[in-house]
Design a protein around this ligand. Structure first.
Ligand SMILES: *Cc1c(COP(=O)(O)O)cnc(C)c1O
Length: 400
């Protein structure tokens, strides 16, 4: 397995036929510089020591693995959660943002730039920028700015500049274009920080590597608690960073691995974001992956109740692992996620992010299909951000 990370991706960023880099030449030369710097810096003693110290003292790592006693009794299976909701800022995203910002510091950059959809990546990156005293510029569509007001306020409190994007549909796609344009104006002082295991090489590799800490910790913790490895490992998949983080530690083992995509409202109306299940190979945001696309090859419309999961593409490593059959890509819909959101809250006292609730929902199904087996779920984030939305749109459940 140690070879896997040396050879995956290839030196030009391919995971099987997926990944690579499909971008204009001026951007390519910047990506090459980031790749070179990453390989040089990530092995240095100073970088490793500093990242370890940040994880421990700033982020509060290691996050625990928690055994769900009440739910396990009800389900007749062993349910365990890797508690990324307890990572600083309440989700796994800070793991790669701190890594990206530390790399920026070692490269002598002064400014971090990114786009954000729902604002989660923007908040995590703004946090990292504040920690290092770097400038931070977050591009966000005006539609999203109106929808995600609390995250916009958070970014501003943390000192980031939020750049409203007012052309086109005024959402994520336009924000990506706007952020890349701004980046190309000053690539010497700036680094573009991608928010998942997506985008051109080296980002799918770099973000995975910074998320591997989740799997390394979880494997060790689970073994210490139970004396064995989990039978099943489950995570939700938007772009795929929290999933790659935990999956990466178990790829060489015999456990069954499940990536859970959001099937939203319905397969039939296309109101979902199941890129692995219904997508076809295509190029989006500078890399090749399984992608939901329209007749023209443009990214198709996507929908999920969890705004962190509604991406029409998916990380190239997932595409490879799916093709190889090593990871099973499955799905849970809005209703499953809402039910799991309330069940985990009421039975264990943990309010999960709606994204993470998709993984929990699938774990409930697995417990029925595979009684008495153990299931390790990556609880990618906490649900405080979702409480008003859930109660306003779905109401409180009737008491049992
Ligand atoms: C952003 C987000 C996700 C989806 O991103 P991945 O890259 O697929 O992990 C999942 N869970 C939470 C809590 C998020 O904020």
């Amino acid at each position: 397995m140690s070879d896997y990370f040396k050879t995956t991706p290839t030196s030009d960023g391919f995971f099987g036929e997926f990944g690579g880099s499909f971008i204009p030449p001026e951007l390519q030369s910047e990506m090459d510089k980031i790749t070179d710097a990453y390989f040089r810096i990530c092995k240095s003693h100073d970088f490793i020591t500093e990242l370890r110290s940040i994880r421990k003292h700033f982020q509060g790592r290691p996050t625990p693995v928690y055994y769900c006693r009440r739910l396990s009794e009800q389900l007749g299976a062993g349910l365990y959660l890797k508690r990324e909701d307890l990572n600083h800022t309440g989700a796994h995203k800070l793991n790669h943002c701190m890594g990206e910002a530390l790399l920026a510091k070692y490269m002598g950059k002064k400014r971090l730039i990114a786009e954000t959809g729902a604002g989660q990546h923007g908040v995590a990156l703004a946090t990292a920028a504040a920690y290092f005293g770097l400038e931070c510029e977050i591009h966000m569509g005006e539609v999203d700015i109106a929808k995600e007001h609390p995250n916009v306020v958070r970014m501003k409190i943390l000192g980031a500049e939020v750049v409203p994007v007012s052309h086109g549909l005024k959402t994520l796609k336009e924000a990506v274009d706007s952020a890349f344009q701004s980046y190309l104006k000053d690539p010497v002082n700036t680094i573009y920080c991608i928010g998942s295991v997506v985008g051109p090489h080296p980002f799918p590799m770099l973000v995975r590597d910074f998320q591997r800490v989740v799997g390394i910790e979880a494997r060790e913790q689970f073994e210490e608690m139970t004396g064995e490895l989990p039978d099943n490992v489950v995570a939700c998949v938007g772009g795929g960073s929290n999933a790659m983080g935990i999956f990466s530690a178990f790829l060489g083992d015999s456990c069954d691995i499940y990536g859970v995509e959001p099937s939203g409202r319905s397969y039939e109306t296309g109101e979902h974001a199941c890129s692995m299940k219904f997508g076809t190979p295509g190029v989006i945001h500078g890399f090749k992956c399984m992608m939901l696309q329209d007749e023209k090859g443009e990214p198709g419309p996507v929908y999920s109740v969890a705004s962190g999961l509604d991406y029409p593409g998916v990380g190239p490593e997932h595409c490879m692992l799916g093709q190889q059959g090593r990871v099973n890509y499955v799905d849970a819909n809005d209703k499953d996620a809402i039910d799991a959101f309330y069940r985990l809250s009421r039975q264990e006292g943990i309010i999960p992010a709606l994204e993470s609730a998709h993984a929990v929902a699938y774990a409930f199904r697995l417990a029925e299909e595979k009684p008495r087996q153990s299931i390790l779920v990556n609880l990618s984030g906490r649900g405080d951000k979702d409480i008003d939305f859930v109660v306003d749109n779905y109401g409180l459940p009737e008491d049992e």
